[in-house]
Write a protein that binds this ligand. Sequence first.
Ligand code: FE
Length: 234
Amino acid sequence: MGIDPKALWTMSYGVYLVTARAGGRANGQVANSVFQVTAEPARLAAAINKENFTHDLIRDGGWFGVSVLADSVPMELIGVFGFKSGRDVDKLAHATVRDGAHVPLVIDHAVAVAEARVLAAADAGTHTLFIGEVAAAEVLSGAAPLTYAAYHARKGRAPKNAPTYRGEIEPPAQAPTKAPAVASTWTCGVCGYTYDPAEGDPAHGIAPGTRFDDLPGDWVCPVCGAPKDAFLPD
Ligand code: FE
């Protein structure tokens, strides 16, 4: 029996913001591989890419925070935490943050938050699996949590550093050679954001009615910062 990646895609996950603090720096990132491993005592695990800034902050700080994102979370919040690096931007400045006892906790669109102290860190290759004991946890709203499947259906592909990233095995949904219609929408191949000429991008000086072709060459995806050529016509 070979390995059919589609078999692994059938596994269910939520979508979380994992936060950490160390050495005067703090950061957070989107993660889907967060789960409870034991109930008594309550312990969580989180698989974090070694290349991510949050990874080093968890390793050095010894704690991680988890925000369970609601189904209603806007793509912009996921964009800030999933497609930018905390080495370059202060992601937490773009969110409402509560100071936990040990780490900052993002409370925007969070169903619940928790703080965990790292007990063990297992080398899983590209990722480290951090296992932590829960020191605090609180429900913030009765909203339904976002599932990873719903996120995929609505938002497109996973961030490339997600453990379940499919970009290397999933072909693009659109052929890039398709001739663009004048009024067509274009979708970011990195994060799934769709540019609609009828709406433009007023927050970045692009008036409604601006065709994709007429966007300035230095215009970038407002969600993930990808350049124009990362977009494909719908
Ligand atoms: Fe994007």
